[in-house]
Design a protein around this ligand. Structure first.
Ligand code: GRF
Length: 203
């Protein structure tokens, strides 16, 4: 699988995917990292690892359609056939999702379908839940809805703050995202009991 990773900031999940893919036995290769923000820290990491680090600043485009067309063009130019969103802070349009149907996944910091959207940890703490976690899912037109590939749960501890919870969850995210990508690349991902055959969705 030839993977492109879209980021907007820190890029720690992207880094976890890049590190996992350094293992020759890992069934996916990271072809490029693309950010919509010039100041994304993750771009430096990619560059240091010799991975093409691309900047496509959404502010340089007059419409989302033009921005996304440029993103798709850059991904295709780098031979990408599968896209991982990793802290990419732009909502992608239905057209982009359709273009990458079943070839576009995201990691979200909650146990979906609970806590879609932003501020997941604040809301989880306010509700007093005792477990939270992260989810890797295929992207569909509705935000944070889509076939779940893999999840990991962590306990909420007394005294947790949104920041402490986010930090503890992040280590679980860094294990989960490579695991989920591996499952997909090996044709072992199942959704509602059915194997996901990404080869059926030709690019
Ligand atoms: C992660 O918490 C991820 O779940 C969410 O955005 C954050 C990105 O962090 N979608 P990073 O840029 O991967 O470090």
């Amino acid at each position: 699988l030839k993977v492109g990773i879209l980021i907007s900031g820190r890029g720690s999940n992207m880094a976890a995917l890049v590190e996992a893919a350094r293992d020759p036995a890992f069934p996916a290769e990271v072809c490029c990292v693309l950010s919509n923000r010039p100041d994304a820290k993750g771009l430096e990491f990619a560059r240091e690892r010799g991975i093409p680090a691309l900047l496509i600043d959404h502010k340089a485009y007059t419409s989302k359609a033009e921005f996304e067309a440029a993103v798709t063009e850059a991904l295709v130019a780098h031979a990408v056939d599968f896209v991982c969103l990793a802290g990419f802070m732009r909502i992608v349009s239905p057209a982009f999702i359709e273009r990458w149907h079943n070839r576009l996944i995201n990691i979200h910091p909650s146990l979906l379908p609970s806590y879609k959207g932003l501020h997941t940890h604040e809301r989880a703490l306010a509700d007093g839940v005792k477990l939270t976690g992260c989810t890797v899912h295929f992207v569909r037109a509705e935000m944070d809805v889509g076939p779940i590939v893999a999840q990991a749960a962590i306990p909420v501890l007394s005294g947790d703050t949104p920041d402490s919870l986010a930090a503890r969850l992040l280590t679980a995210e860094h294990r989960l995202y490579p695991l989920a990508l591996r499952l997909i690349a090996e044709g072992k991902a199942t959704v509602n009991g059915e194997t996901v055959d990404i080869a059926a969705d030709a690019v």
